[in-house]
Ligand binder design. Structure first.
Ligand code: SF4
Length: 75
């Protein structure tokens, strides 16, 4: 399993995470920020536990986020 965390309120809406991992990330038409699908909101963070199979694409999303607000940890 992996844990993905998104500090959503700091998102600048660049779309990079959607390009890296389109299975889990979408852009919100409401506020122009990305959204981690099926995530739970915990204070300022949105979190999702998911399969290790999602690691590579989401690690790429984290590494490429220009404001460094995505983290991916192996559980
Ligand atoms: S890569 Fe970062 S700043 Fe860009 S849309 Fe995704 S979370 Fe937001």
């Amino acid at each position: 399993m992996i844990l993905i965390t998104h500090l959503r309120h700091k998102c600048i809406g660049c779309n990079s995470c959607v390009e890296s991992a389109p299975d889990l990330w979408i852009m919100s038409k409401k506020d122009g920020k990305s959204y981690l699908r099926k995530s739970d909101e915990k204070g300022k963070y949105y979190t999702l536990k998911t399969s290790i199979l999602e690691y590579d694409t989401n690690k790429e999303a984290a590494d490429n986020c220009p404001v460094n607000i995505i983290s991916v940890k192996i559980l």
